[in-house]
Design a protein around this ligand. Sequence first.
Ligand code: ACO
Length: 332
Amino acid sequence: MPEPLSPAPPIARVAGTGSALPERVVSNAELVRELAARNVETSDEWIVSRTGIRQRHLAAHGVGTVDLAEGAARAALNAAGAKASSVDLLIVATSTPDQVFPSTACSVQARLGAAGAAAFDIQAACSGFVYAMSLADALIRTGSHRRALVIGAEVYSRILDWNDRSTCVLFGDGAGAVVLEAGTSPGILASRMHADGARGSILTVAGRFNQGSAVGDPFLRMDGKAVFKLAVDVLESSAREVLALADLAPEQVDWLIPHQANVRILAASAKRLGLPLERVVVTVDRHGNTSAASVPLALDLARSDGRVRPGQTVLLQGVGGGFTWGSVLLRM
Ligand code: ACO
């Protein structure tokens, strides 16, 4: 007697997306004026030509990572038509939690009333959201979880040295979220995560708590040129890796949604894959670099404005401190 066929394992599909951005929008012109008051010299021309950034959202005093994460989560649940009580897994990717613990995810869970769901943060800097999606996908495939809230949330403005013009003009605050749920139609086709800790020193926030005080440098430091070069290399290799796993060619990707660090990195990555810039979702111009929040913010924007549509193939990519990188290839 042949053994009965086992049912196909569940596939994780995107059921809804959401965003939350701080109200305050700071244009380059306003930032240039504020920095000039500190004797920090920069210009709109320098920022736009080197990075493509024109404005960023900055959190007001008292607005934390949990607040933004909660807002994005509620919007994603609403878009999915799902109740918080039906969520059984909640992962927040952040490197700017409001506190050491309880985790951001546990705080969000309490606010949403997603009682009983597994909840934890992961820290992979700007790759955090892609790491979190890969993890949620794996847990859904095993059948142990059925509906996940995957959130990227950051308040980078709190770890920037506003006297360092080479970094403070680059970042913004915000959060994006995705509801991933078990289904049978194509969702996540392939995902892979990578890291090279030996190259960690090119992007750091080295400060830590010790014996009741903060010790070490509490600000973000970066070797911009080294980050740029490595980012372009690993975004290409990672894209090719997941495309090969799904047996797809780069030209079959409808939308490339890489981590939004710099428009020149986005353009270089698209060129290496032979994709026109028109198929890249670009938000760095309006959000700046929001680290783990940048990919879900971009996905949500492109879904809301009708660019990303059901049935399309989308490649999400993260790259950042650690050094970390990864990709998630999915069919919407
Ligand atoms: N305004 C004006 N001048 C500036 C500014 C500024 N905000 N920042 C630096 N400069 C000056 C430097 O002092 C330097 O002057 P000098 O030649 O007199 O010494 C000059 O501009 C050139 O500086 P570079 O660092 O060589 O500039 P570069 O062309 O490499 O651009 C940048 C810098 C935009 C950071 C680029 O290296 C880059 O995009 N790197 C990628 C890093 C990135 O995006 N990181 C984000 C976090 S990591 C991540 O998300 C993956």
